[in-house]
Design a protein. Sequence first.
Length: 481
Amino acid sequence: MNVKQSNKQNHVVQGARTLARRRGGFLLLFVAYNLLLAALGLGLLYLMASPPTKEEIKSKLKVYSSIGNLLAIAQHSVEGIAADPENLVIDIKHKHLQRLDYVRTLSVQQGSFHEEEESSVPARIRYGGHTYRVELSLKGRMPDHWTEDMFSMKVKVKGDHTIMGMKSFALQHPQTRDYLDEWVVHQLYADAGLLYLRYDFVGVDINGRGSRIYAIEEGFDKRLVEHNQRKEGPIFKFNGDLYWLSKDDDLQYGLGQALWATDLAPMPRNSTLGDSLQNLLFQKAKSLLESFRRNELSSSEVFDVPKFATFLALSDLFGAHHCDYYDNIRFYYNPITSRIEPIIHDHGAIVALGIEDHFASNEAYLNRIIGSEKQIGEQIEYQPPHSFKKTALYEQIFKDPQFYRAYVQALERVSDPAFLDEFFDRRKEQIREKVQIIRLENPLYDFCCTDMLYENQEQIRRALHPARLIEAYYDRSSSQG
């Protein structure tokens, strides 16, 4: 039996009446009402002010950060009136919600996701005038997914139905993917013709508790491939379990063995292995990657070189390289080209190049482009990785001169200022709309990565075109020989 939706407005009105009946309650309500009007008025004045006036107002409020925040909240509240996100209403039985909360509590206690406990429960989602039967489960390996009250969930739609064109998707706090950063990343990958996920921000109401803004992220199945206008082919990944067991050894001792030892997992497993054609294609893709791991095939014989090179160049532009870690990267086997393509997934925050790499084993190591310090040729000496992105996978990929040339060409394209100019010009209105939706959950939110992306472009251009490559010295002894 579904928990009935409460009437929030009735609770607010009843609470206000109760407060008004108390001693001094009416005065308190009067003051609160006028403060709200004043804040909204300030917000409107600030919104209509000229840019110089806005800067003057902000500079005067710097010493009063709380007042400045109030002004920002008021302004954003006025702007947020126009926000109109899609809305999902989830109805879930109390005992099933308790089951999810139990697994979440166990995960919080042990500091990692408690996979031993089955967390899948039935529920219903109301969307667009229809009701869908779904299966919910907790998701997320890291604590940011389940330490908050807005814990992350995987959703599988039952039957032949889809929601927003998706059979499976995740709902999670926007902060887990750094709010608009992830959306911008996916749009840039989409514009480059690479495989990307549908990623957006929606209102979610669970059992009438009130709508909260969640990030919705597409799952991995054939509808992802179809949406990207590719022929149906298998999606797969490296099994990440060994990565999490060995990552510290990889960094401390330079072992880099997880890449060579881990198996490949199809996504989704049952439907891929249960389909004779898709299973056959998966075995072909697996054979290609196994030959690559054994150094029998080069990068250009296994991967779609232009697409994979662009994938890594864009990752450099965004700075973080989180999506490049081999436990995060996802692959698609294209049955037409017989090559493997990357799928952007879980990039997260956009960060600056040229600063300290917080994921590096060497604290003095700076965050550089992924192609730096790579050796080209068949016989190379393995070097211990300085950070997660300097792993054996990328040492192996960059050995192929054809791939390295394509990567440099891709860097030239993405580091051209016109590349970002055109993107932000095309997406300006969409970015404004997404920011307004996010502010319904986080009124102080601003997308602050535009300048950082242009600065990363400058860092890439400096790497591609250094002031001097070679120092020449006059050798007097050789001239007299």
